[in-house]
Design a protein around this ligand. Sequence first.
Ligand SMILES: *[C@@H]1O[C@H](CO)[C@@H](O)[C@H](O)[C@H]1NC(C)=O
Ligand SMILES: *[C@@H]1O[C@H](CO)[C@@H](O)[C@H](O)[C@H]1NC(C)=O
Ligand SMILES: *[C@@H]1O[C@H](CO)[C@@H](O)[C@H](O)[C@H]1NC(C)=O
Ligand SMILES: *[C@@H]1O[C@H](CO)[C@@H](O)[C@H](O)[C@H]1NC(C)=O
Ligand SMILES: *[C@@H]1O[C@H](CO)[C@@H](O)[C@H](O)[C@H]1NC(C)=O
Ligand SMILES: *[C@@H]1O[C@H](CO)[C@@H](O)[C@H](O)[C@H]1NC(C)=O
Ligand SMILES: *[C@@H]1O[C@H](CO)[C@@H](O)[C@H](O)[C@H]1NC(C)=O
Ligand SMILES: *[C@@H]1O[C@H](CO)[C@@H](O)[C@H](O)[C@H]1NC(C)=O
Ligand SMILES: [Zn+2]
Ligand SMILES: [Zn+2]
Length: 363
Amino acid sequence: MNVQAFIALFLISIFTTPTSAHFFPNMSSLPPNLIPNTTAGAWASFVKLLGCHTGQQVDGIAKLKQYFQYFGYINNSTNFTDDFDNVLESALRTYQRNFNLNTTGVLDGPTLKKLISPRCGNADIINGTSSMNSGKSPSASSIHLHTVSHFSFFAGKPRWPERKTDLTYAFSPENQLSDSAKSVFSRAFERWSEVTPLTFTETASFSAADIRIGFFSGDHGDGEPFDGPLGTLAHAFSPPSGRFHLDGDENWVVDANLINSPSLVSAVDLESVAVHEIGHLLGLGHSSVEESIMYPTITAGQRKVELANDDVEGIHVLYGSNPNFNGTSSSTPAERDTNGAHFVGPLMDLSLLLVFGFVLMFF
Ligand SMILES: *[C@@H]1O[C@H](CO)[C@@H](O)[C@H](O)[C@H]1NC(C)=O
Ligand SMILES: *[C@@H]1O[C@H](CO)[C@@H](O)[C@H](O)[C@H]1NC(C)=O
Ligand SMILES: *[C@@H]1O[C@H](CO)[C@@H](O)[C@H](O)[C@H]1NC(C)=O
Ligand SMILES: *[C@@H]1O[C@H](CO)[C@@H](O)[C@H](O)[C@H]1NC(C)=O
Ligand SMILES: *[C@@H]1O[C@H](CO)[C@@H](O)[C@H](O)[C@H]1NC(C)=O
Ligand SMILES: *[C@@H]1O[C@H](CO)[C@@H](O)[C@H](O)[C@H]1NC(C)=O
Ligand SMILES: *[C@@H]1O[C@H](CO)[C@@H](O)[C@H](O)[C@H]1NC(C)=O
Ligand SMILES: *[C@@H]1O[C@H](CO)[C@@H](O)[C@H](O)[C@H]1NC(C)=O
Ligand SMILES: [Zn+2]
Ligand SMILES: [Zn+2]
């Protein structure tokens, strides 16, 4: 994650200014010092909470409560304690339901692994209303454990106005993105355009654009600060805000032909994240369907860019289908993702390795 000393030869920086995000053409061009540091990453400290349950008091639980507050699982407080109390257990169970985990109320291995996965910064529960599994009746999700709720919207179902089907987007001039980075966003927009009547056109005027894209580090003025490498990756606002923010401290992979590389790297596929955030910009919330683009987490090194049926059905509710689209994807077979959507591949087990590595070290 700390990418200060990479080999310049392999680096294609998309910025001309010496600031924020790091971009790599593909996975094999990542320098060796991007092998993850098991004690780094925004949420890696949670690993030491493995197995924690109600009644315990452990250093770091207050930080876990802040995490749950950030994503909407716990009401605001300025004074979290390190007590594993009923409020935390309840939040944990809700989280477990949303992510199709066993609702143990205990910080078990699979839950911990999911918790520390990099993810979208948008909350799963907004104003107490969950867009994911836990938004359904408790009986439905506890009796039928395999029932998974589908696509969702923001409260009030905001969407772009009916007559505004041609949306414009612009990049923050301060970021000075390269053409190859810009084309990643163009491809991501195209995936949504393909299945809706919407079109997306780049414009030079940042202030006049419907959708405004920028990379920022840390606090950037909207009350949702970014957190350095991994952790939260990006966030986007519901229509018609158009604000699309990405964490400038991530190691973004621009051309992901080799994204499923077996080496353990802490880089994130830019297009995968862009497709997800555009879903928010158009009005979709998070989904508990693991294959969907609107599922909140992704793994470092994972590529997941194809809309799932769940995403397509959701966006059709808001905008209808593309009258010119006959169901054949325009992407070439080579582009179509066979692995990504199912979270398979060696990179998947990075966080589990962290968990077990820690256990071996201490027991
Ligand atoms: C990955 O990027 C490097 C640096 O640009 C390049 O030399 C290499 O050929 C690329 N590999 C693949 C498989 O595209
Ligand atoms: C790993 O991360 C920790 C915390 O950020 C840091 O103190 C440590 O120096 C890092 N170790 C290496 C080998 O980079
Ligand atoms: C937050 O507070 C409201 C009102 O006090 C309550 O109805 C709701 O259940 C609380 N939510 C959580 C996640 O504790
Ligand atoms: C709760 O915290 C969030 C983020 O910190 C903030 O946006 C929101 O206004 C707060 N809500 C209340 C009721 O304090
Ligand atoms: C914070 O919590 C502690 C322990 O519950 C309590 O003693 C203290 O009064 C609280 N402080 C505030 C400002 O609420
Ligand atoms: C849930 O518990 C069952 C029975 O212990 C186990 O087989 C299964 O793997 C668990 N699922 C998850 C997601 O942890
Ligand atoms: C949350 O609820 C409050 C009060 O009901 C409302 O003013 C606010 O706009 C809501 N926020 C969102 C994001 O829906
Ligand atoms: C669907 O549309 C594509 C591109 O317009 C065209 O090449 C293809 O033949 C069409 N397929 C069918 C079954 O109409
Ligand atoms: Zn999201
Ligand atoms: Zn922001």
